[in-house]
Design a protein around this ligand. Structure first.
Ligand code: SF4
Length: 158
């Protein structure tokens, strides 16, 4: 979903560095790159030393599990199917969008739609990409419904 995530000022990033996480700087902020290199085999390999942005990030699905509205098994299945959809969609978006720099999914969607709209035969182009457009729409719904946080304090990422 995100390309980079902000680290809060003054935080110790050595636990992330130790597991190979890459950093960048923007507007005097330190950011770490996504997908996060600390994520391995379904877990955070820097869990004890993860940054506060990760500690605060509470997606809608986690909240629903905690509220007993969704079982852990259902949540895991939903995560697996969303990752599978993402892994199908993302390479196709990159192929069509041809970004000049790494982009988060939203940036890829926008670039791809701009390219399709600018194509001389845009109706035919959109028709030929019908399956991908449906997959993109389904992925965006899943991400918005389950994986975005529900409050503005829980993360700062782009
Ligand atoms: S919680 Fe996730 S994003 Fe944060 S450091 Fe761990 S694997 Fe990376």
């Amino acid at each position: 979903m995100y390309r980079t995530v902000d680290i809060e000022a003054g935080e110790d990033i050595s636990p992330l560095r130790a597991v190979g996480v890459m950093f960048t700087a923007k507007d005097e902020k330190t950011q770490f790159l996504q997908p996060c290199a600390a994520f391995r085999e379904g877990c955070c390999s820097a869990y004890e030393g993860r940054p506060s942005v990760c500690r605060k990030y509470r997606c809608a699905l986690l909240r629903r599990v905690e509220a007993g509205e969704v079982s852990l098994g259902e949540a895991r299945r939903l995560i697996a199917s969303t990752l599978a959809l993402r892994d199908r969609v993302r390479p196709e978006l990159e192929r069509l969008a041809e970004p000049q720099e790494p982009l988060a999914l939203d940036g890829l969607y926008r670039l791809m739609f701009a390219k399709l709209d600018a194509a001389p035969d845009r109706a035919a182009m959109k028709q030929s990409q019908g399956k991908l457009l449906l997959d993109v729409a389904a992925l965006r719904v899943l991400l918005a419904k389950y994986f975005e946080p529900r409050d503005s304090e829980s993360h700062k990422a782009e």
